[in-house]
Design a protein around this ligand. Structure first.
Ligand SMILES: [Zn+2]
Length: 489
């Protein structure tokens, strides 16, 4: 067979070794195929010199295996054994990964013995290139799949199954209780834990791990019956007390591990004995009223936002059920939004006055609020009207004062303009003063009307179109019908 890509793949594929007795040897051929594939040569092109040397050396070793024999003694030991264990080892390198399984028999008397059962190898993917911990994880998944196959096929009753790996990272992944991993790791951990228990996984040093041969390869000359590849590691022949000492299993996965899924947590500080102070929230940092064209739209968005904040931040048991589950906003939620923005407008427009009234001092001289004799209740500056003794709602004589030239005042006056069906200044003033007392309200109302597009259209007077020029025929001078006058005598 010529040393071409076709020849290499043909010969390697002709080796029938389903149990993987020669896995460390065939693994080298798989790596060689991968190298040939990377060169990009055609099927019948000759291999490059360095690859041809490797290929010829491997072929020469293949000839040595004609005399290879291995006793399948574990079938004969089955009857004498009272306790049968399966040990599966997994390992990976940058070239690939693999897994190997051994049966251990423990007769009534005498020492136990081990025998090779099966092995599987895989070369590492070219793309995507996986990290060594991910390849180690692939190797453990391969070990689990190998065991799933063996438990269907082995004609013996296996009492214990042990899985061994030399990767502490993988053992930490399997024992992890606190971290969440990216899909690659989490999917494989889920597959591992579907078929095994985390207590079945043990750590073994690399020099005692026979699966190391799966991931690095072995020359054919080393594949003898007494090689540890076939006999298993020496500690399997001793009692469990003499097995490798297991490292402390209390180490959590390192927080800097790139396979950990990054999560975002919001820490809230809502005590159980106090309501969340929603009134102190500055929604302006979350939404800007300047971006809303109407007062109703601003109210609606604010009410939803306040509900979301309340539901997130207040302990659930303190919530009324309706405010959590209703699909529509409640009147009191609209009211909360209204009071929030009017309070915000007053804090923007009258900071000095609010400061003075909070300290029970007189208003600053020259304040625009002096004629209104305002009072400051729990949240708002209010006008002191003279209808206190009348049978009218409080809002009509104790209006909320609003500053001039503020976006909230403008939006409220625009709302009054729309509610009065594009009413004039006095209509708007009467409407808004049912509850609010904006400073210089008429001036602001005129500005709103001037800016209203519909009102602008309605105010416009029709323009008389310019008449076209008169036609030429109408402008030509006609010849007089009587050109000569004859008078008879
Ligand atoms: Zn209008």
């Amino acid at each position: 067979m010529p040393a071409t890509k076709r020849g290499v793949i043909s010969i390697v594929s002709s080796i029938f070794d389903p149990c993987g007795f020669l896995a460390p040897f065939t693994f080298r051929a798989k790596c060689l195929i991968q190298e040939v594939w990377r060169t990009g040569i055609q099927w019948d092109d000759k291999l490059k010199t360095d690859l041809e040397v490797k290929w010829n050396a491997w072929l020469k070793e293949l000839d040595e295996l004609k005399r290879f024999q291995l006793p399948r003694h574990h079938i004969g030991f089955t009857k004498a054994a009272t306790d049968i264990e399966v040990h599966l080892f997994a390992d990976a390198s940058e070239k690939g990964f693999g897994s190997v399984a051994y049966l251990k028999y423990l007769p009534d008397t005498g020492n136990g013995t081990c025998s090779f059962v099966a092995a599987k190898t895989r070369v590492a993917l070219i793309k995507p290139q996986l990290s060594i911990p991910c390849l180690e994880l692939q190797a453990t998944v391969l070990a689990v799949r190998l065991w799933n196959c063996l438990k269907e096929e082995l004609p013996v009753l296996v009492k214990h199954v042990y899985f061994w790996t030399d990767s502490m990272t993988v053992i930490q992944y399997i024992n992890n209780q606190t971290r969440r991993f990216k899909p690659f790791v989490s999917n494989r951990i889920a597959e591992i834990l579907d078929s095994t228990n985390s207590s079945q996984w043990y750590h073994v040093s690399s020099d005692q791990n026979p699966a190391d041969y799966c991931s690095r390869g072995l020359p054919a000359s080393k594949l003898t019956v007494k090689h540890s590849w076939f006999t298993g590691p020496s500690f399997l022949y001793s009692d469990k007390e003499s097995w490798p000492v297991q490292p402390a299993n209390n180490q959590d996965v390192d927080g800097t591990d790139p396979e950990i899924k990054i999560s975002c947590f919001v820490k809230t500080n809502s005590g159980t004995n106090q309501e969340f102070p929603l009134s102190s929230l500055k929604i302006r940092y979350l939404m800007s009223p300047e971006r809303f064209s109407t007062w109703q739209r601003l109210l609606r968005h604010t009410a939803w936002l306040l509900r979301a904040l309340r539901n997130f931040l207040v302990p659930v048991k303190r919530l009324q059920l309706t405010s959590l589950t209703s699909s529509h906003l409640l009147p009191e939620e609209y009211e909360s939004a209204l009071l929030h923005w009017t309070k915000q407008a007053q804090e923007d427009g009258f900071p000095a006055e609010i400061g003075c009234l909070n300290k029970h001092k007189d208003l600053p001289a020259g304040s625009t609020l002096l004629p209104l004799t305002p009072s400051y209740d729990e949240h708002h500056l209010r006008l002191q009207g003279r209808l206190r003794k009348g049978n009218v709602p409080r809002d009509t004589w104790n209006q909320i004062i609003l500053p001039k030239s503020h976006v909230i005042t403008d939006l409220l006056l625009l709302d009054a303009h729309l509610k009065t069906f594009h009413g004039g200044v006095e209509h708007m003033v009467a409407q808004i003063r049912e509850r609010f007392w904006p400073i210089s309200v008429r001036q602001t109302a005129k500005k709103i009307i001037r800016q209203c597009f519909l009102c602008k259209k309605r105010r416009a007077s029709p323009k008389v179109p310019r008449m076209a020029d008169l036609p030429r025929q109408g402008l030509t001078t006609l010849a007089p019908c009587i050109q000569q006058l004859v008078v008879e005598q």
